[in-house]
Write a protein that binds this ligand. Structure first.
Ligand SMILES: CC(=O)N[C@H]1[C@@H](OP(=O)(O)OP(=O)(O)OC[C@H]2O[C@@H](n3ccc(=O)[nH]c3=O)[C@H](O)[C@@H]2O)O[C@H](CO)[C@H](O)[C@@H]1O
Ligand SMILES: [Mn+2]
Length: 424
């Protein structure tokens, strides 16, 4: 019974998926469509348990839908045949016509049975459970949320009621005092490999001036050259731990491996050493306050380059073969990979999932358009952040100021990519 339900759920997911992307084998006038809708409706209500994030395998999916429709059609014909037989039996018992109908009906039943067997076989042979989508639990056909309203005013809340943190939406003194009572530790991971060690001094010095001032902050600095870490005077109750990691000759590998390093650091240390954790890019500088208003269960930041862009133009990964794939009609915001934060447990789930998805892609020799940033965007689409930081919390020094961004708190410095990265 449970496996039947699972199969039914999967068919529902697939049918919805195909309908949404206009790949449905059913035309709108097909008489089976209402029947599929009834199944969709009923299995929606039977859906239990936490859904998964990955996409379904499209080929096995199409075959399953086809098998299922074939089975439905044959069973339908067979039922009609059965009724006709009963009527014919009453009027013309033992006629040639009667024998033909009996044979035809038996054949239909046999083929229906074979297609049902095929369906069950596909159900067991495909990795159905592993490839189930989260998508079916969320109704994803909604309008793209805006960040700046038509009147030019900033939007302070997401459509799922998470705050979008902008200057003027919170009282800094009040919010700091609320969190200070909780005696929290904020772990902050930062990576500086190769020539990126040159960014450390400004990063750390500006963080000491602006980042969670008055809170217990523990920086975990991953580098391949511990001797290049500058001496920076840290405030009271603030500390820095240097962790040596191997070098890499591909910048893409450095940025995407941050997920794995974060996952492992949380497992080995942060579960006991911190309450919240942020992972930040190092080629950055703090220019303004970044405090307790940024704390929450799961935190993402809106990328400054795309907060007024239509989602079809977001640089999400668009190849369905990648685990980071997001279709053109989906997406909320384009989140920057330079900031991820939240409670240790929730950041762990995000980092672990992204690492797993990156590994699946790597095994298929696929690298998402923007490495771990693409996977993070996929994760946030299905696991909505509980607080979203506005582009005040991730700006780019080369970007001219705009009316909506009143204060720049954290910004990417201008860098010569060719000079600082180990490869183009
Ligand atoms: C603003 C923003 O959202 N930036 C993201 C973007 O480009 P970025 O151009 O910001 O990527 P990037 O070159 O700054 O690399 C990201 C981070 O990796 C580290 N690093 C990188 C190269 C290197 O040689 N040594 C080193 O230590 C360093 O901490 C750096 O800050 O896309 C990247 C993925 O492709 C990351 O998701 C970045 O977070
Ligand atoms: Mn960067």
């Amino acid at each position: 019974m449970v496996s039947c339900l699972v199969e039914l759920q999967e068919l529902t997911v697939l049918t919805k998926h195909f309908c949404r992307h206009n790949k449905t084998p059913l035309s709108p006038s097909c008489p089976l469509l209402p029947c599929m809708h009834i199944i969709i409706w009923s299995t929606d209500r039977l859906t239990v348990g936490p859904p998964m994030i990955t996409d379904t395998k499209p080929k096995a999916g199409i075959m399953k839908v086809n098998f299922f429709l074939f089975f439905l059609a044959l069973t339908g014909f067979s039922l009609i045949g059965h009724s006709v037989l009963r009527v014919t039996k009453d009027t013309k018992p033992n006629s040639e016509m009667m024998k033909f109908l009996q044979n035809a009906n038996t054949l239909l039943l046999v083929v229906a049975f074979v297609s049902l067997t095929g369906l069950i076989f596909l159900g067991y042979s495909s990795t159905s459970l592993r490839y189930k989508e989260k998508r079916f639990c969320l109704k994803l056909s909604y309008k793209q949320p805006s960040v700046v309203g038509p009147d030019g005013k900033v939007v302070p809340v997401t459509p799922w009621l998470s705050p979008i943190v902008w200057e003027g939406t919170f009282d800094p003194l009040l919010i700091d005092s609320i969190y200070r009572q909780q005696n929290i530790t904020i772990a902050t991971t930062v990576f500086a490999l190769g020539k990126y060690t040159q960014f450390l001094k400004d990063f750390l010095e500006s963080a000491e001036q602006n980042y969670f001032v008055g809170f217990r902050v523990h920086y975990y600095l991953f580098t391949d050259q511990p001797e290049q870490v500058p001496e920076v005077k840290l405030g009271e109750e603030r500390q820095l731990t240097v962790l040596k990691v191997p070098s890499s000759n591909r910048w893409q590998e450095i940025t995407l491996r941050r997920m794995e390093k974060l996952e492992k650091l949380i497992e080995s240390r942060l579960v006991n050493e911190a309450d919240y954790v942020f992972s930040l890019d190092v080629d950055t500088k703090f220019y303004g306050r970044w405090g307790a208003e940024s704390l929450g269960r799961l935190i993402g930041v809106i990328h400054p380059g795309y907060y007024q862009t239509a989602r079809e133009q977001f640089p999400y990964e668009r190849r369905p073969e990648s685990q980071a794939f997001i279709p053109y009609a989906e997406g909320d915001y384009y989140y920057g990979g330079a900031v991820i934060g939240g409670l240790v447990k929730d950041v762990y789930e995000a980092a672990k999932t992204c690492r797993e998805q990156l590994d699946i892609d790597a095994a298929k020799s696929i690298e998402a358009a923007w490495q771990e940033e693409s996977h993070l965007n996929k994760y946030f689409l299905y696991n909505k952040p509980s607080k979203v930081l506005s582009p005040e919390y991730l700006w780019q020094d080369f970007k001219p100021h705009t009316n909506e961004v009143k204060i720049i708190r954290f910004s990417q410095v201008i860098k010569n990519y060719a000079a600082v990265r180990p490869n183009p």
